[in-house]
Structures are given as C-alpha cells and as structure tokens.
Design a binder for this molecule. Structure first.
Ligand code: FE2
Length: 452
C-alpha cells in the first residue's frame, strides 16, 4: 500500500486542520475560557470503512457542523463495563475544513485504528476531546478463511432518506451480523451535493457506525459541481466521496483518477476487487487518456486476480457487463473486462446502474455454460426507488429478473460454499443460488430459487 501522505486529499485537509488549531488556540489564550461541549461539534455521519487490512485495521470518517480543534478518536477493548474511557487509546484524527456550498464550511475528519488483533471486538468513539459521539462497536476480520456474511446494495441515488432508508434498515434486520456493506455505485444523485451525502448517512443511521461500508463509484458519484472545470488529467471523484469513505490506495500506480475508486480488499477467504467503470462509459474523454488509464487498470486487474491467494473472487463495478436497463449496452466495458474475468475465473460480478434486478446463469465467453463448468455469475441490483424498464437484449442470459422492486442481497461466504440470497424490501425472497467449490477449485452452481 502506498503512503498517502502525498495525496491531494490529505494536503488539503491537513492545512485546514492547522488553521483551525491555530485559531482555536489563539481564542483560548485571549479569552482564557475552557472549551465546553458544543452542538456544532457533535460528530455526525460516522462511517466505518477500510483503507487497509480488515483483520488489523479500521478507518472511520465523521463530520461536524463547524470545524473542531483537535479531532480524535478513542478505541478500547470491548467490554460491558461502561468505563471504556479509562482503558481507551487516543488516535489523532486527520482532517479539516470543507466548503459545502453557499459559503458554508463543515469539519470532515478521518481516524485510522492500526495494529488491531484479528477476530476481535472493539469499542470506539470520535470527537474532539470535549464533544464526543456515542460509543460504537466493530469487529476485526479473522486472519484466515472463516464463514461470514455481507450485504450488497445497488444504486441508492434518489429519495435516499425517504425510500432507500427502508432498504438499509430491512437489510440490517435480516443480517445484523453482516461484516460489511458493499455499495455498487450511485450512492447519491450528485456527488458534489453535501445534502445528498447527508441523506445517505441519515438513511443508514447508526448502521454505518457499526458495519463498514465499501463502495465503487457510479456515474452520479462523479457528477461535477456546476461551473467547475475538469482536472487536466481527466475527471476526478468529488472530494465529498473521499471525505465520507476512507478506502484503500492499492489501485493502479500513477492513476490519480482512480484513487479510492479502484482498489481491492481481502476478507476471510475472498478477494473483493472494486473497479471504477466510469472511464469505459465516458464518451467525452480524450481517447489517448482513456487508453492510458484503461491499460494501467487492466494490467492492475490481471495482477490483482493472479495474486489472489483466496478461494473466492468477487468483482464489483457500477456499469453492468450485460445491461438489463433501458436501451443500454456497455460494449467497451464488456470487451475490455470479460476476457479477463474468463481467464482468471472470477466467481461473481456485482453491479448496479440499470435500476433492475437481474442474475445471470453461469456464463463464459458470453454464453451459458453447464452448472459445473468454469464460468461467472453476473448480478445487477437496485436499492433506491428509481426504476427502469427491461432491456431484452441480454434477457436470454438471465436466470432471474425482477423489475420495479427495491432490493437488497445477503451473501454468505465460506471456503467451500458461497450462498447468495436476494430479497425485496418487503422481505420476499426473490432469488437464491449457491456456488459449491470442490477440492480442485472447480465450482458448481445450484439454483435454489427457482428450484432446479
Ligand atoms: Fe448509474
């Protein structure tokens, strides 16, 4: 993992933090007042994620209505004893000021817990030493392959507070022991809109402070604020993405456009590769720039799949290889990535963008293969309320289709079995299948719904 001290993100936020610290110090010297808890400094939007190994680290981001002096976190061994603070270790927060529109500024911070013990529960809180969040809990991953489950969500995007919230909350009620939430892009409708991020965090509520969120960027997450100009190196993800989600910097080298949008992480026997698919769908980008970034990304993808020491491989990106929404077809994405998925035996590809639920048969080279032949399962899903009509072009490749329905998915992983269940927001089981892996590493698909 590269040292991110040189990234633009931290340069910006650290300079902000220094300014705030100096001004607050001056205020205390002049007035001589002891700081008191402030409603403006109450941590909001507390979101767990990972920048590094989930077995030994944990990252957390949060926001305050007004910038604070000395952002920090405390972490303690899990205990039922409420005196957590007595044994807590303080971790300095990074961060500073961000403009959130109309001349308003807010504080945005990030803390990283490191050198943690695998398979261990911790309690933590964030704040500034005076005003604190509640104490929350999280658990590190085991250091080896062990059964676990996670939740996968398609696009939240619209009416997030009013209508996507019920999906997040129902999913949590079905799988409170999920180890992470995987968001397949278009988390919000306009990536530069701070209010939309506020809705997304409000829809998740306390869940985001207990269960880490990992995400790939969709086309709406890349929306530029009106009146702003594009970076000379091509489109860059909005700073608000990087403020709310602290993600790994282990993507392709020399590709600043892909920082914290293309990366991988390993969790108890599965490698999850998160790819930014936006460049393949970007028509206005200089073809030479697209070629340069794509080549590096595809080389990185090959190396990341080749070096996977785990039994399972899951790839996540926003745009689908086989589109099922409207009249879409992401042929450039398919031409670039499908041969790589086939070559390296990717088990499952999780996608969004088409505002429909679709799960393919086992596919290889664009064709349906036998249940026990080498191949990949492709899924598209949607969590928010925006719905599209079915594009029938690839209908023949799909085993299960469901439109006009807000969905969530629970995926159970163990070394020899991957069990996938898709639910509607009402709790109806819409789709269920399993992949069974034998001692030779070959997988067999078993459809549970519709039953074989
Ligand atoms: Fe999209």
């Amino acid at each position: 993992m590269r040292n991110d001290a040189g990234s633009g993100k931290l340069r910006v936020i650290l300079s902000g933090a220094c300014l705030v610290t100096a001004s607050m110090l001056l205020l205390v010297l002049l007035v001589g007042a002891e700081p008191e808890p402030s409603l403006f400094h109450v941590p909001q939007r507390v979101v767990l994620s990972w920048t590094d190994d989930p077995a030994r680290t944990q990252a957390v981001t949060w926001r305050t209505e007004k910038p604070v002096d000395g952002p920090r976190a405390q972490i303690a061994a899990m205990s039922g004893n409420p005196g957590l603070e007595k044994t807590a270790v303080v971790v300095q927060g990074l961060g500073g000021v961000i403009e959130v529109g109309a001349g308003e500024i807010a504080g945005h911070y990030e803390a990283r817990f490191e050198n943690l013990t695998p398979g261990t529960a911790y309690a933590y809180r964030v704040g500034d030493g005076v005003t604190w969040s509640p104490w929350y809990h999280f658990q590190t991953a085991a250091a080896q392959a062990e059964p676990f489950r996670f939740l996968y969500f398609g696009d939240a995007q619209n009416n997030i507070a009013s209508l996507c919230s019920r999906v997040f909350q129902t999913a949590f009620r079905h799988a409170p022991d999920a180890r992470f939430l995987l968001h397949a892009g278009d988390l919000v409708n306009d990536g530069y809109d701070d209010r939309a991020w506020g809705e997304w965090c409000a829809a998740l509520g306390f869940i985001s402070a207990w269960i880490p969120s990992m995400a790939v960027a969709g086309n709406h997450d890349w929306h530029q604020a009106p009146g702003t100009t594009q970076s000379p190196t091509g489109p860059m993800i909005d700073p608000l993405w990087r403020m709310h989600l602290a993600l790994p910097l282990n993507g392709p080298e020399e590709a600043p456009n892909l920082e914290e949008t293309t990366y991988y992480f390993d969790y108890q026997g599965v490698r999850i590769v998160c790819l930014d698919s936006n460049l393949y769908a970007h028509d206005k980008l200089d073809p030479r720039l697209l070629e340069s970034i794509s080549t590096r990304k595809e080389q990185w993808l090959r190396e990341t799949l080749q070096s996977n020491p785990h039994p399972w491989t899951i790839v996540v990106h926003h745009h689908p290889i086989y589109s099922v929404g409207k009249d879409r077809d992401n042929s450039r994405l398919r031409d670039a990535l499908l041969p790589i998925y086939d070559e390296y035996g990717v088990d499952l590809v999780l996608q969004g963008h088409d505002h429909y639920y679709a799960r393919s048969h086992k596919l290889r080279g664009g064709e349906i293969v036998a249940a026990d032949a080498p191949g990949t399962i492709y899924v598209v899903s949607v969590s928010g309320p925006k719905m599209y009509s079915l594009n029938r072009k690839f209908e023949y490749l799909m085993a299960v289709l469901r439109g006009e329905t807000q969905m969530f998915q629970i995926i159970d992983v163990e070394p020899g079995r991957l069990a996938f269940k898709a639910y509607s927001v009402t709790g109806e089981l819409v789709d269920a299948f399993e992949l069974h892996r034998n001692a030779s590493g070959e997988t067999a698909l078993k459809n549970l719904l519709p039953a074989e």
